[in-house]
Ligand binder design. Structure first.
Ligand SMILES: C[S@@+](CC[C@H](N)C(=O)[O-])C[C@H]1O[C@@H](n2cnc3c(N)ncnc32)[C@H](O)[C@@H]1O
Length: 260
């Protein structure tokens, strides 16, 4: 599955409000979702995080087609949850190697997918972890993956276009800059969280809409990926923190101060 194909359906992900385990033509109850995930994935460790095991697909198109068959609907969003994206892998590795960043703290993993970064935070000693993702199948996958790794993670179906984020000590954002509107919204959420005192860490291999000028690189990894998904075998992927804003771009800061 090429990124262009992913992007073509990403607008659907970004604008479709879905309730738990309903995603189109028919409802899928939780046990059906779990059975679907177990039946169409393998237990694998992402290359950068051998200490974490996830239910992952080895190819993208078969599981995407099966998702459409199972839900009785065409053009459903891609099963992002079935892959450990380069950004999420980098973020998870960084958190596992720097547990002080999350230990004893509340953590949100935004657009959590498989829950990889959320699981890394829980394993590193976070006090609470909330994984937010709009995709109902991702919820089942995150819960399954959390239990496989012996950690507890809360799950929220919040659509980032519709609500502000809950307050949190640490905000993790893995690979969410692949679609223009989503990227813009995610940047706004990151800036707001930063102003409210959250430590925001972003994992991103400079996707098409990653605003590199707004971030400072913390570290980088060469992340093994598949040619099917990424057209390469290694993806240089950085962990980033928000850079100090230019003095003149203070409108958001002004709004926050006014609202406080
Ligand atoms: C490319 S995946 C990244 C998953 C994970 N963070 C990782 O790095 O492996 C993007 C994720 O964002 C979620 N997402 C997309 N639009 C969203 C929205 N409007 N609200 C909440 N989650 C969204 C998708 O369902 C998907 O799981």
């Amino acid at each position: 599955m090429k990124r262009s194909a992913l992007r073509a359906v990403a607008a659907n992900v970004a604008t479709t409000g879905v309730s738990l385990l309903r995603n189109g033509g028919r409802d899928m109850n939780k046990s059906e979702a779990v059975a679907f995930i177990r039946g169409n994935t393998e237990l694998l460790s992402p290359p950068l995080t051998p200490e974490i095991i996830l239910h992952l697909a080895t190819e993208s198109l078969p599981i995407w087609r099966k998702t459409e068959e199972e839900l009785g609907e065409m053009n459903v969003p891609p099963p992002y949850w079935a892959f450990a994206w380069a950004g999420g892998q980098a973020l998870a590795r960084y958190v596992l190697d720097h547990p002080d960043l999350v230990s004893g703290k509340s953590v949100i993993d935004l657009g959590a997918g498989s829950g990889l970064a959320a699981i890394a935070a829980a394993k590193a000693g976070a006090r609470s972890v909330l994984a937010i993702d709009i995709d109902p199948l991702a919820h089942a996958a995150i819960e399954l993956n959390a239990s496989t790794n012996g950690v507890t993670i809360g799950v929220s179906s919040q659509n980032v276009f519709e609500e502000p984020l809950p307050d949190t000590d640490v905000l993790l954002v893995g690979d969410l800059f692949y679609e223009r509107d989503l990227a813009q919204r995610v940047l706004e959420l990151i800036e707001t969280a930063d102003l409210r005192g959250s430590d925001v860490l972003v994992g991103d291999p400079r996707r098409s809409y990653f605003p590199v000028e707004r971030f400072a690189q913390v570290t980088f990894y060469e992340v093994p990926v598949t040619r099917e998904l990424e057209d390469s075998e290694l993806k240089r992927t950085a962990v980033w923190r928000l850079a100090a804003p230019p003095a003149h771009s203070s409108s958001l800061r002004h709004d926050i101060v006014e609202a406080a």
